[in-house]
Design a protein around this ligand. Structure first.
Ligand code: N01
Length: 483
């Protein structure tokens, strides 16, 4: 078995294989450490906007979370702890860059290619890479002539001391709103280039008192109960994207928050979104708007026209002298797999299968690509609850297949095209009633045709129900041992 990636998804899959007594697997990891997005994103203020009690594996709840919303280091330590506790570290091959895979139908196996030319062969291939790992750099005219430092929020340059510098930040999404307040207090001037304002609600991020941690440790059932309560509260946020009246109500709350906190009327108007809430990720922050009140922070709403050696010039000709440019411009999502050569049955390429958009059955299986399973694949991302819940549902589902393959009960599992098609028709018809059908918003949830290929359009418990056990009638299988 080959797993690609060692973030929450890949690590969780490895742990469950180990727990199931399956030892014959490897994890390919491109970096020198595990942790996925929590290894890569180290920008100042990096934290989770999902409550910490929900942002952990159900089988390894952490009674020691120090805050309502865990910060980067705590999450990254948690993942390291899981790798150690469940003995999966030795299965991870670091510095191995997965470049593609070809299915060998005769052997019922995937031949995995890597950047250094080493080939790995596995009876099943599990992708745990997700879609938020290839930083997206906007094409700014003239940026190659820029004399200062340029970097992306997911590749933070910790060598550069921003104190006293003039800095341009491009983008105002989930990452930017976390680091802008941190760097605003240090830099001489911060020019914040906003293309579209996000919807933001205050973040109730308080320390978890020691007494709770002690009780969670002593009576794990208490933590489970708190987690269950939180789960249902988060689940209710799903209504925002389906019920316009409720969405409108929360929009009013956010607008009231803007009016209360943002002092300058021009800035207030500029940060007030004009599209339906939920179309992009709804962000949580209690320090982003206050940072915009600072006299050294300049919110720029005209787009970048050109970059000169020491400045950024907006489309309307305003020149902003800067020493560094930080891109907070997100990731390649809909083309996250475009650089990989994945070839399934009969020479079928994944790029061709996904020419009109990424699709899979339950976000996990793609017809024509037997024994290849995606974790956090198409339409299984979330805006309202914890993705760890989705990941665990998928791991459980895939584990059933991997067990059968290991026991030689089945050598090949390929989802039927008709099953995949009707599942995706159902997904898209559900999405037709959601906020994305209203239009007027640009979001990484939508592909270039405006189709949502990222988000699960339902309650997560419904997804859990559907993935509790695979219905083998959905799959074409070859019984018996691989050759
Ligand atoms: O990226 P984003 P991110 N010129 O795509 C702008 C997860 N995450 O890295 O809105 C100018 O949200 C773009 O503008 P617009 C989370 O799932 C989780 O911040 O497209 N601007 C937007 O403002 C999140 O959704 C946590 O008009 C350009 C920004 O850049 C995902 O990661 C924390 C531009 C990109 O925002 C991505 O977040 C952080 C251009 N050419 C992130 N291109 C948690 O707490 C883009 N922009 C769990």
């Amino acid at each position: 078995m080959i797993i690609v990636g060692s973030g929450f998804a890949g690590l969780g899959m490895a742990i469950q294989l180990k727990q199931a007594g399956i030892d014959d697997f490897i994890v390919l990891e491109k970096a020198v450490d595990l942790g996925g997005t929590w290894r890569d994103n180290t920008y100042p203020g990096c934290a989770c906007d999902v409550p910490s009690l929900m942002y952990s594996f159900s089988f390894e709840q952490n009674p020691a979370w120090s805050r309502m919303f865990a910060r980067h280091d705590e999450i990254s330590d948690y993942l390291q702890h899981c790798a150690d506790k469940y003995w999966v570290r030795d299965h991870i091959h670091y510095g191995v860059v997965f470049t593609g895979a070809e299915y060998d139908e005769k052997a019922s196996a995937w031949r995995v290619s890597t950047a250094d030319g080493t080939e790995y062969v596995g009876r099943a291939l599990v992708s745990g890479v997700g879609v938020l790992h290839i930083p997206s750099y906007p094409e700014l005219p003239g940026v190659e002539r820029f004399a200062g430092e340029v970097f992306h929020s997911a590749e933070w340059n910790h060598e550069l001391d921003l104190a006293g510098k003039r800095v341009a930040v491009i983008g105002t999404g989930a990452s930017a709103i976390q680091f802008v307040p941190r760097i605003a207090t240090k830099v001489a001037r911060l020019h914040l280039f906003q293309r579209t304002p996000p919807w933001i609600q205050p973040k109730p991020d308080l320390p978890i008192p020691g007494v709770f941690q002690r009780w969670f440790r002593r009576v794990p059932l208490l933590q489970r109960a708190a987690r269950a309560a939180l789960y249902w509260m988060l689940e209710a946020r799903y209504f925002v994207v389906f019920n316009r009246r409720l969405g409108g109500f929360f929009e009013q709350l956010s607008k009231r928050y803007i009016r209360k906190v943002v002092k300058d009327p021009g800035v207030r108007a500029a940060v007030t979104p004009d599209y339906a809430m939920g179309c992009k990720r709804i962000l949580l922050s209690s320090d982003y708007y206050p940072a915009l009140n600072r006299s050294n922070v300049d919110l720029v709403t005209s787009g970048v026209g050109e970059v000169r050696p020491r400045s950024v010039v907006t489309g309307d000709g305003q020149e902003h002298p800067v020493d560094a440019i930080i891109y907070a411009t997100g990731f390649h999502v809909t083309d996250a797999f475009a650089h990989l050569s994945i070839v399934g049955r009969d020479g079928r390429k994944l790029q061709d299968a996904w020419r009109n958009g990424m699709e899979a059955y339950l976000g996990i299986a793609v017809s024509g690509f037997p024994n290849l399973f995606f974790l956090l694949g198409p339409n299984t991302g979330l805006g309202h609850n914890s993705v760890v819940f989705m990941i665990e549902s998928q791991i459980n589902y895939v584990l059933g297949f991997l067990r059968s393959i290991c026991r030689d009960e089945v050598s090949q599992i390929d989802v039927r095209q008709s099953v995949q098609d009707s599942f995706n028709a159902e997904i898209q018809s559900k999405l037709a009633g959601a906020v994305w059908s209203v239009g007027g918003c640009r979001s990484w949830y939508l592909d270039e045709n405006g189709v949502n290929r990222a988000i699960w359009p339902g309650f997560t418990w419904k997804y859990w129900l559907r993935t509790r056990k695979a219905d083998m009638a959905d799959y074409e299988t070859t019984v018996g041992r691989s050759r």
